[in-house]
Design a protein around this ligand. Structure first.
Ligand code: PLP
Length: 419
């Protein structure tokens, strides 16, 4: 087939019908301060398509029953749906086994579970843990507390001025004392995509396991945990168009079998006597208490929804938005984009000369545009960049170039107001 024809075919298959997609998200169809809502805070949380909202309503109105315990119809049906949802997540990240997928309350809970459980078993005085400058507090504080408990040492991979990890420095940090590496795949504050394949390979050459915080990556492109060969991978449902209060902890079977449980109580036990308790098999060993089955099932619905759109299509369209936005906003005098990595997702963090990010954010808000301002739960990163915070616009596949034009106009207004 001639190249031109191939290209046309590719463009055709890669196209998303954005107007049709927007109709799937009821929240987008409203006015804020009498202006059409422009939602650019997708890094904080994504909006939910109607199918996800409907799924929750359907469960509560027709199917609700506590799972795993009942012998009655509703309980058995919903248990099956819950376990089917686990299989959807397994396929989504290409885990080898469905029992390697643990449902948690979100990324924060997943990381705390690993830091506590892995830490209990494997971390001793003088051991070292490597994280990076780009981490969200959720991937800093649990490790810091573990280091305090066990008298271990936290080491941090530095970044360059573009907001990229310095992998040569990372290599130098690895030592015989390193017990785990925990880094994000994508930085929430800057949008940097880290070369996690290389980070994992380098760690594995030294027999060190790696945890990947995927909170900002699963929604932007395909993830294959077997291909990455990461030992743990975590993410939150609410950032991938699913409900709040549900998250995923993927761990290789070998680690999860060896690690002790984090939370204890019902569901995670095999046999309890007052003298001794034996634990349930995976994945239930890490799922104490009544699971958030409604959100787990609705998360599977969200995953099916984005898979139908195609993660490749999503990535291609969001790249277009990123390029357009970078050029458009970058053309504004006095606007400095913070985080200019070669490989980024659709996040633009910026500051305006002599205007505090909160002031700018408040004016932008009054124009119906939702952006995030502040340190983005990445205070050490802000310190290393010598900024107090930034204004962050994070785009989703339901955003448009016209909306970016509105942000551009809003920033010009901010500049005028504060000049
Ligand atoms: N890690 C990263 C990279 C994040 O962006 C976030 C949230 O913004 C988290 C962890 C914490 O996620 P959650 O609050 O859903 O637990």
């Amino acid at each position: 087939m001639p190249d031109a024809l191939l290209l046309i075919l590719k463009l055709f298959t890669l196209s998303l019908d954005i107007q049709k997609i927007r109709n799937d998200f009821p929240i987008l169809n409203q006015q804020i301060y009498n202006k059409p809502l422009v939602y650019f805070d997708n890094g904080a949380t994504t909006q939910k398509p109607q199918v996800v909202i409907d799924e929750e309503v359907k469960i509560y109105s027709k199917e609700n029953s506590n799972i795993h315990r009942g012998v009655h119809y509703l309980s058995e049906q919903l248990t099956q749906r819950h376990e089917d949802a686990r299989k959807v997540v397994q396929k989504f990240i290409n885990a080898q086994h469905d029992h390697e997928v643990i449902f948690t309350g979100g990324t924060t809970e997943s990381i705390n579970t690993i830091a506590f459980s892995f830490g209990e078993k494997y971390i001793n005085e003088g051991d070292e843990i490597i994280i990076s400058t780009l981490e969200h507090h959720a991937n800093i504080v649990p490790w810091q507390m573990l280091c305090e408990r066990k008298k271990a040492v936290l080491k941090v991979i530095p970044i360059n001025e573009k907001g990229e990890l310095l992998l040569d420095e990372y290599q130098k940090l690895i030592s015989a004392k390193t017990k785990i590496v925990a880094v994000n795949q994508v930085s929430n504050a800057l949008g940097t995509v880290n070369d996690i394949k290389k980070i994992i390979d380098l760690a594995h050459q030294n027999k060190i396991p790696v945890l990947i915080d995927g909170a900002q990556s699963v929604q932007h492109g395909e993830v294959d945990v077997q291909d990455l060969d990461c030992d743990f991978y975590v993410f939150s449902g609410h950032k991938v168009y699913g409900p709040n209060g549900i998250g995923v902890l993927y761990g290789k079977e070998k680690w999860l079998n060896e690690m002790p449980p984090y939370m204890t109580g019902g569901e995670m036990i095999k046999k309890v006597t007052f003298e001794k308790t034996t634990f349930n098999e995976l994945p239930f060993k890490f799922e104490a208490g009544t699971p958030n089955y409604v959100s787990a099932i609705a998360l599977a619905t969200a995953i099916n929804y984005i898979q139908e759109l195609g993660l490749e299509n999503i990535a291609a369209y969001e790249k277009e938005l990123l390029e357009y936005g970078t050029e458009k906003l970058g053309s504004i005098e006095g606007l400095r984009i913070i985080g200019t990595a070669e490989n980024k997702v659709s996040v633009i963090s910026f500051n305006l000369d002599n205007i505090h990010h909160y002031d700018a954010g408040m004016v932008i808000d009054k124009m119906g545009i939702a952006v995030r301002t502040g340190h983005h739960c990445a205070e050490p990163l802000m310190d290393s960049l010598n900024v107090e915070g930034t204004i962050r616009a994070s785009f989703s596949f339901y955003n448009t170039k016209e909306e970016i034009d509105k942000l551009y106009e809003a920033i010009l207004t901010v500049k005028q107001m504060f000049s």
